[in-house]
Ligand binder design. Structure first.
Ligand code: ADP
Length: 221
């Protein structure tokens, strides 16, 4: 809703991940309340971020005092201490925060965070690792997953298909992917795919399909 979209955001834990997140949110013009229990982190970031507070985020009363109960969206960026991360999410659930996002550092950690009430769990190391693996072994330039089943990728034409004119219907029937954009060398933007695709070496495609189909198509060789 509109409130969560424009309201302030709190970031808890100013380690490597949380500090980058807080800076990026501030750069996007959002009001950020950053919290860390370590006074050194608080001092380090207070010149770069508008609002930085020292508190133990597992302490519900301390969070309430900072006005956190009125913040629509909170990101728990604590990574190393699973205990601190889980207890912080519990405190935020108690405060009734509408949108609790939490960072996991392992599969088990992710499960626990969901079961104690985090609304969205992100696992940056796993997500980046998966994406990078595909980028390294194929001609994939970008890869985004949706809802554990669906994906969109930006790829250079797979080697096996270079020079083979084909059409959209064939790609959908044979590989289960739909081409939603085509960019030829020298062009500066993507166009909607036409019926017949001329798959030259330097053509890039934006394709959609199930994760499995998109990965299989991207790695055709
Ligand atoms: P990264 O991998 O991003 O560097 P870390 O887990 O090493 O993440 O850092 C997490 C940050 O969260 C540290 O700055 C730490 O002081 C802070 N932190 C840990 N526990 C708490 C807590 N209970 N309350 C507030 N901040 C915490």
């Amino acid at each position: 809703d509109r409130r969560t979209d424009t309201g302030g955001i709190a970031v808890i834990g100013l380690g490597r991940f949380g500090s980058h997140l807080a800076e990026s949110l501030a750069a996007l013009g959002r009001e950020v309340l950053a919290i860390d229990r370590d006074i050194h982190q608080v001092q380090k970031w207070s010149s770069m971020l508008d609002q930085v507070a020292q508190a133990d985020a597992t302490d519900e009363a301390a969070l309430r005092q900072l006005g956190l109960a009125d913040v629509p969206r909170v990101m728990v960026a604590i990574g190393a201490s699973v205990e601190a991360s889980v207890l912080t999410v519990l405190a935020l659930v108690e405060l009734g925060i509408p949108q609790i996002w939490a960072r996991a550092t392992s599969g088990q950690h992710a499960k626990i965070l969901s079961s104690v009430g985090a609304h969205r769990v992100i696992f940056p190391e796993a997500e980046t690792g998966e994406r990078l693996a595909l980028m390294i072994i194929s001609r994939t330039l970008d890869f985004v997953e949706f809802d554990e089943a669906f994906a969109v990728a930006r790829i250079r034409v797979p080697r096996a298909l270079v020079g083979r004119p084909t059409n959209e219907v064939q790609l959908l029937k044979r590989y289960g992917v739909r081409v939603i954009g085509v960019k030829r060398p020298g062009e500066d933007r993507y166009r909607y795919a036409s019926d017949v695709l001329d798959l030259t070496e330097d053509t890039t495609l934006i394709i959609e399909g199930t994760i499995e189909h998109v990965q299989r198509f991207a790695t055709l060789s």
